[in-house]
Design a protein around this ligand. Sequence first.
Ligand SMILES: *Cc1c(COP(=O)(O)O)cnc(C)c1O
Length: 427
Amino acid sequence: MDSRFDGIKRFDKKVWLASPTMHGDEKKWVNDAIDKNWVTTLGENINEVERIVQDKIQRKYAVGLSSGTAALHLAIRLAGEKLYGPRPCNVGTLTGQKVFCSDMTFDATVNPIAYEGGEAVFIDSEYDSWNMSPEALEKAFEIFPDVKLIVVAYLYGTPGKIDEIRKIADDHGALIIEDAAESFGATYKGAQTGKFGDYSIISFNGNKIITGSSGGMLLTDSEYDCHKVRKLSTQARENAPWYQHEELGYNYRMSNIIAGVVRGQLPYLDEHIALKKKIYERYREGFKDLPVSMNPIPDNTEPNYWLSCLIIDKDAMCPQVRSEREALYITESGKSCPTEILDSMMAFNAEGRPIWKPLHMQPMYRNNSFVSTEGLLRGRSNAYIDEGTASDISMDIFERGLCLPSDITMTEEEQDVIIDIIHRCFL
Ligand SMILES: *Cc1c(COP(=O)(O)O)cnc(C)c1O
């Protein structure tokens, strides 16, 4: 490290981006399942977490599944069959169909489109919420008017422009799959995320605000869909004396042991959100005098503050170049960049993370379409955007933004050291 960082001591214990926060009740419900020998994909823990989550989000049905990704896959399968009818062997429900989806998100949001043979069309983000831009979505319907399905994710726990997206979807007769994996507990106009999709999902993966180590849920108001998800997630057995199969199923049900961990965690959701919010506000205060902003909080929304992020002002960016696998930067006085900040934090044993690399920039999806507010930008394979190319907002946020250590167990003193490190990056 250079002399700018003199006097800072390396953290003995790693400061995490977001680690699981256990409270003790988790063990009680896991032990309860073992004591009662409900060590399978049935049991009281599953029933209870489904009931608690459906009440919390105000949906008629919640189905516990093995992961958020499994929930997204089943949502895609159901939506595909509803829109386009069943296919032979129920394979490739979306074959030949385009689906509009968030561009700056985890690839789990969109991979299930490919599992079902569909083609993701990526919709640019907006600065207001860092989520799907309604204007770009409108543009996408001008270009591809036949599309009938939208997958929308809420980044880092902040809801997007839900009403605007719902109106556009309704105007075009499209269904919405809502990926609220990161935003459990966040609200939009007073209602919980997970409430707004024709199919919605949440995740209990290890670093989410509530965890079961793994696990997820699909939320719906349709009894038919609920039964269908229960059936498909347990290998699609028919009601017969033997294993009778009339359609393709999966092994996607939640385990009663995992559900025990989730059950122990759920009472702490509000506490976790309050702690995460404090972290966000402490960063915001600490960065007041730097040329950076925190991730935005749009009107009408109360995030769950899962991850605190920052974005560096355009004119305070030092030169930074990212290839497919590596990053380089040149230190400049008064300026910094995400790579420098992430490297510096890592040198002191604190974990940050780049913003989700936009999916339209992922080699795997290089041939998929990408629509910005300015129209169709197709097949972009260069990994670096010219500054001033305003049309690719996802890429701009990726270039200038990063996720900060947002772990609930981080102390105020540790957070102050991280704030100090980031100040010194700008020296
Ligand atoms: C974590 C996450 C998922 C996937 O959830 P898993 O439970 O890990 O399968 C999907 N979408 C987003 C946006 C996520 O952050």
